[in-house]
Design a protein around this ligand. Structure first.
Ligand code: SAM
Length: 261
């Protein structure tokens, strides 16, 4: 079941992950569409609808890459009922919306900034791009209404540190949401999914990004990521309450959530 990545040490792991995202930053969005047959768009929509974004919110999207989640949050807020917005403004409740995209890889952020420009969000004051490590965030305690991480936590070195940081930066009442590739246990579908992961994905990686090994590594990292229940208990251990998760496509991905009381 291993592709020779079993004994990868931690430094090598971060380096390898770094390489994957540097070498594919520009191919990244195409690969996402190809590998998930476009489904990642629906999964991200679902993530943002669970977040329930509101005008004036301070939100942090960690491992935000090329901005997919942040754009959706901003567009949802901009489409919010203007009557409600007007009332909030009149009541002086309306603070400035801030959506921070934080990522360790500047190449990903640069692709994101370019995409923001193309979408007409380039000079949007609410959109803030920050280079930084999910394990050591440079944001203040109790400063965020929401925290999202999509397809990001699987590749970090210490999941616990990321969860502790998420808890620290959230305000009381703040929401943690994580979208991640997870574990399929549905008989029949599981075999199909395994075949797809171990045969099709590496071949696509070679064809499109010219990098078979990195995509094999990504598949292996999905297998190593804690199963849904285990990950939920790690989120609870970080201090979150009301921890729950939703499987999508039989567990190909899961959305975990928690609240900071
Ligand atoms: N969230 C985006 C999306 O769903 O399209 C990007 C997901 S991409 C698979 C994973 C991202 O995690 C990459 O942009 C990578 O640079 C970032 N990343 C990896 N380790 C990180 C860390 N320790 N802190 C912050 N970002 C990290």
């Amino acid at each position: 079941t291993s592709f020779g990545f079993k004994d990868v040490r931690e430094e090598e792991k971060s380096q390898m992950v770094g390489n994957v995202f540097s070498s594919v930053a520009s191919n990244y969005d195409i690969m996402n569409d190809l590998m998930s047959a476009g489904l990642h768009r629906l999964w991200k929509d679902r993530l943002v609808s669970k977040l329930n974004p509101f005008p004036g919110m301070k939100h942090l999207d960690v491992a935000g890459g090329t901005g997919d989640v942040a754009f959706r949050i901003l567009e949802t807020i901009n489409s919010v009922d203007h009557r409600a917005l007007q009332d909030a403004l009149e009541d002086n409740l309306q603070e400035e919306t801030q959506i921070c995209v934080c990522d360790i890889n500047p190449n990903m952020l640069n692709v994101g900034k370019k995409r923001a420009q193309e979408r007409g969000l380039g000079n949007h004051r609410s959109l803030i791009w920050v280079e930084g490590d999910a394990e050591a965030l440079r944001f203040e305690d109790n400063s965020m209404d929401g925290y999202t991480i999509a397809f990001g936590i699987r590749n970090v070195t210490h999941i616990e540190k990321v969860l502790a940081e998420a808890y620290r930066v959230l305000k009381s009442g703040g929401r943690f949401l994580c979208l991640e590739l997870s574990h399929v246990e549905v008989p029949g579908f599981k075999q199909l999914y395994d075949y797809y992961s171990f045969s099709v994905i590496p071949a696509l990686g070679e064809l499109v990004a010219g990098d078979r090994e990195s995509y094999q590594y990504l598949v292996e990292s999905i297998r190593r990521f804690p199963p849904q229940e285990k990950f939920a208990s790690m989120i609870a251990d970080a201090g979150f309450q009301k921890v729950e998760y939703e499987n999508l496509v039989g567990g190909v991905v899961a959305i975990h959530s928690g609240l900071k009381f």
